[in-house]
Every structure is written in C-alpha cells, then in structure tokens.
Design a protein around this ligand. Structure first.
Ligand code: GDP
Length: 298
C-alpha cells in the first residue's frame, strides 16, 4: 500500500533537488504535484486542502538555514506535516487504573475486527497481560466460532454465549463477559461486536448499548484501508453513532491506494493506535505516525 503515493511524492520532491533557491512559483508547482498525488491516493479532499495550504505557507516562509538546502527544507516540511496528519506522537492504549480494562471493537463487517481481536489479545498477552475475548458479535452465524478459533491460536480464553440458548442478547453477553473478567482476574477485556455490510441504525444502537453496558476504556474503530473513500464516511457515521477513542487500520498489506484511511485521524480527530497488515497473528503493530510518514516519503 502507498507505493504509488510514495513514488509520486518522492519523484516530485526529487525534482526540487539541485535548485539553489526556490521561487514561490517553484513551491506552487510542487504543491500542485503533491496535491494531485494525495488526491490520486484517495486522501480526503478537506485533508488535502489543509495539508497543501500548510506546506505552502511554511515553505514560502522558510528561512534558508545553513544545514538544509531549499529542497531538503521542503522535504522536511512535507514530512512533518504528514506526521501531523497521521497523528503526531504515537498514542498508547489507555488502560483503566483498576482492572479489568475494557476495549470495545466496532466497525463494518469484514473490516477485520475478529482477526484484530485475536492479534490484539496475542500482543497484549506477550506484554504480560491476561486478556479475555468476549464474543458479542451474535449477528454473523459463524462469528462466535471464528473468535474462539482466533483466541485459541492467540492462547487466550474466549467468553461466549452458552450454545443452545438461541441467538442471545449481545449486550447481555458483553456485560457478563466483563463481569467474568472481574471474577476471574483477567486484566483486559476485548469485546468483539457485530458489524453490518453498511452503516445501519440498528447496528449503531446495538454498539452504543454495548458501550453503555461495558463502559469501555477504549472504543476502537476498525477500518479496512482497502475500502477507499468509504472509510471516511464510515468513520464519521461511527463517530456520530457510537463514538470512538481510537482507530485501527487493517489490511495495510493490500495494494489499494489507502489514502482515505490516512484521512481518518484528521477527519475524526481520533488517533490511529494500531495497524494490521496481514492475516497472521503477528501481522500487527502499534501505529507510529513518523514511521508511516517515512515509509510514504521513501
Ligand atoms: P470482521 O467481519 O470485521 O470480524 O472481519 P474478519 O476479522 O472476519 O476479517 C475479514 C477478512 O479479512 C478475513 O478473511 C480476514 O482473514 C481478512 N483480514 C483481516 N485483517 C487482515 C489484514 O490485515 N490483511 C489481510 N490481507 N487480510 C485481513
């Protein structure tokens, strides 16, 4: 992902090299190229606009410093602004003072929530935590089973509704799951919730009810980086319908343009905490805005 964006940005910035001084016209031309590259990568228009305005303003106002030539200065500015769009500092998971902490996962069906639940549990376990997975996605017939399989692979326990009791109430399962964690001394509860193919009111209500019943320390919006511009609209719908405290980008290993996912932080104001880039448990990491910016700028 981001290969084309990366190529275009580096090519544009490479063109500046060798220029002793940059005129305002040079900066405008470069800004135009960057704008096109970002738009082609699916970065949301308002994000592109703000980004370009800042780069231009800073590049034109830049003092020519001894250490950097003008081209390097523009590269530095673009890099810093990119890090800013991606959230600046790495934001760590906020855990409760009194365990168990509750992490609720929300997002569309197919966004990679269940896979992520396993990855997150695995990651937390490797850090010495004792996570419990809670299967509150009772919409998709196989979801509970899938979470149990992922949990086994990650070496963590899954709390699921008892079989044979009908479909069950996901809010009740989530509430009992948290209680179970408290009783059995698990220190982090990861609640997997149902996703639909598109945003719908019932889904939002259910997720909001689960939120109210479990009072999460973190609600993570899981978004498939492959879905393009829909990522932004979906993020806004979840922000308004459920609210979330952080974002997880999934499927960053795909070859889609990915810029929309990069816009989610700026559009919703919530940080990207983790990135998922494959189907294996270990294909997962904390999101580092600076590393992502370096990757994009080549
Ligand atoms: P859910 O409906 O949100 O629970 O989504 P799932 O966890 O079932 O994931 C949907 C599909 O995406 C599955 O086939 C996963 O194996 C796949 N998937 C999840 N995360 C990633 C990822 O980071 N990269 C790739 N390539 N596939 C992923």
């Amino acid at each position: 992902m981001f290969d084309t964006l990366s190529e275009r940005l580096t090519a544009t910035l490479r063109d500046l090299r060798g220029k002793g001084r940059l005129s305002d016209a040079d900066i405008d031309a470069t800004a135009r190229e960057i704008r096109i590259a970002l738009l082609e990568a699916d970065v949301a228009l308002p994000v592109v606009r703000t980004f370009i305005a800042k780069v231009k303003e800073r590049a034109k106002g830049a003092e020519v410093s001894g250490a950097l030539n003008p081209a390097q200065q523009v590269v530095k500015i673009v890099n810093e602004e990119l890090i800013g769009v991606l959230g600046g500092e790495t934001r760590r998971l906020a855990l409760a003072k009194e365990p168990p902490s509750v992490i609720m996962l929300a997002g569309l069906q197919g966004s990679g929530k269940t896979t992520l639940a396993g990855k997150l549990a695995f990651w937390l376990r490797n850090q010495g935590h004792t996570p419990l997975l809670v299967a509150a996605d009772l919409q998709r017939p196989n979801a509970v089973n899938q979470l149990q399989i992922v949990g086994e692979r990650a070496g963590v326990t899954t709390f699921a509704p008892e079989p044979g009791n009908g479909v069950g109430d996901p809010v009740d399962v989530a509430r009992r799951g948290v209680q179970h964690a408290r009783d059995k001394m698990y220190d982090i509860v990861i609640v997997d919730t149902a996703g639909r193919l598109g945003v719908d009111e019932e889904l939002m209500r259910q997720a909001a009810d689960i939120r109210d019943a479990t009072r999460p320390d973190e609600t993570l919006f899981v978004v498939d980086a492959m879905i393009g511009q829909d990522a932004v609209a979906t993020a806004e719908a979840f922000r308004d319908g459920v609210g979330f405290t952080g974002v997880v980008l999934t499927k960053l290993d795909g070859d889609a343009r990915g810029g929309a996912a990069l816009s989610v932080r700026e559009v919703t104001g919530q940080p990207i905490l983790f990135a998922s880039n494959g189907e294996k448990l270990a294909d997962f990491d904390v999101f580092h805005p600076d590393r992502m910016a370096s990757r994009i700028l080549g």
